[in-house]
Ligand binder design. Sequence first.
Ligand code: HEC
Length: 116
Amino acid sequence: MRQAIGLTAAGLLLAGCASAGAEADASRPSPAIERGQAIAARTCSRCHAAGPVGDSPRADAPPFRTVRLRNNPIAFQRRMAEIASGGDHYDMPPLKLGADDVSALSAYIESLGAPR
Ligand code: HEC
């Protein structure tokens, strides 16, 4: 039940972002954001709360919506590139993320609700 509410909230938030941005298809987020969301769900949500609501499964991993760097796209992309190249990301296995994946994840995380 809680999850259903969360998903609805996610849908509303993403729909809001999309309609504020592109005219094309107001009901869908951009392809990069959708891709980033899928990668986050698959690769990061084991530790991080990867959506717009909820607590992280791993208490010391910040929910993505609270990661402050995401308000600074350049610093954030640089940090993500470090993580993707197997840099120190705690005890997670080295990630194989291409530049496209990093951009997609960045776009998604930057798109998550919250004030800028
Ligand atoms: C095995 C657990 C784990 C997984 C999987 C994981 N993380 Fe993390 N991540 C952490 C922890 C723990 C922290 C917080 C450490 C701290 O702040 O001291 C963190 C912090 C972060 C931060 C913010 C702090 C910083 O160093 O810039 C970002 C951004 C981040 N993770 C991105 C990701 C992304 C993107 C993925 C998926 C591709 C991911 N993480 C997968 C454990 C994980």
